[in-house]
Design a protein around this ligand. Structure first.
Ligand code: G1P
Length: 290
């Protein structure tokens, strides 16, 4: 089985970034000049995904507008001869019918958001991308995982080693140490206290899941934080199927918090030769102040 569809849960309220996220989805916040969601969608397409499923909430409009035509803007860019920008804006618009939007009417958790895509995904393996985990990599992380999926034909989550004191921010694996970047998972726990964490291998926002996960999510079991957790559903899936952790090659930025978001902006800006020349002297001066 091949992975063709990718689910993007984008219904979160983005409370950490208020007031910036009052009228737009947090996934619309830009790293340099591109919204987070666009990095994730580009990663999916570059990995071979052909169908995009957005699970949206109140912030639906800003995402829809971003991936749709904006005729006024396009007309203006054309009239002013701004060909490069026009091309860039038009390149964002996927083939008709390749993006599907569905609504998560209540914010009941990540597991619930994924379950909202059940009828669109159907009976095939699929990917999930959390856009606030931005990963810079030579080979897109989802592509790395899809190659592993071709071999293993089992659910796979991307993982990274985190500091023991940070386990309470992540889904954590109970698993043997990685061998060739892969480990078979024995158990999973969502956001355990450091003293209770079975390892320091944390789930990062890229998943490939088999469709049986939907039957489990159907049970709407409430877990950590009073939410329906995908981590708990995968822990149940483990009882009947293998699930693997995969340590991706790449650098991850946690854009779900303000410091991580700024680090991503800094790193991506410095990658741009035109910006680097202006930013570096500025940063050097700034550092002297602290
Ligand atoms: C979610 C998942 C968690 C995972 C994390 C990765 O948590 O529930 O298991 O480790 O994404 O970013 P959130 O960051 O939405 O609280």
């Amino acid at each position: 089985m091949k992975v063709r569809k990718a689910v993007f849960p984008v219904a979160g309220l983005g409370t950490r970034f208020l007031p910036a996220t009052k009228a737009i989805a947090k996934e619309m916040l830009p790293i340099v000049d591109k919204p987070l969601i666009q990095y994730a969608v580009e990663e999916a397409y570059a990995s071979g995904i052909t169908q995009i499923i957005f699970v949206t909430g109140a912030s639906k409009k800003s995402i829809e507008n971003h991936f749709g035509h904006t005729y006024e803007l396009e007309h203006m860019l054309l009239a002013r001869g701004k060909d490069a920008q026009l091309k860039e804006v038009q390149a964002l618009i996927p083939e008709s019918g390749s993006i599907i939007y569905t609504l998560q009417n209540q914010p009941l958790g990540l597991g619930h958001a994924i379950w909202c895509a059940r009828n669109i995904v159907g009976n095939e393996p699929f990917a999930v991308l959390l856009a606030d985990d931005l990963i810079e990599a030579d080979t897109p992380v989802l592509k790395q995982m899809m190659e592993k999926f071709d071999e293993l034909q089992s659910s796979i989550v991307s993982v990274v080693e985190v500091d023991q004191q940070d386990t309470s921010k992540y889904g954590i694996l109970d698993a043997d140490p990685l061998v060739n970047n892969v480990t078979k998972i024995r158990g999973l726990v969502e956001k355990p206290k450091p003293e209770e964490a079975p390892s320091n291998l944390a789930i990062i926002g890229r998943y490939i899941l088999t469709p049986e996960i939907f039957d489990i999510l159907e049970g709407k079991e409430v877990g950590a934080g009073g939410e329906i957790q995908i981590t708990d559903a995968m822990a149940r899936l483990l009882k009947t199927q293998d699930v693997y952790g995969y340590r991706y090659e790449g650098t991850r930025f946690d854009c779900g918090n303000k410091a991580g978001f700024q680090m991503a902006n800094l790193a991506f800006s410095l990658d741009r030769p035109d910006m680097r020349n202006r930013l570096l002297p500025f940063i050097r001066d700034l550092i002297k102040k602290y």
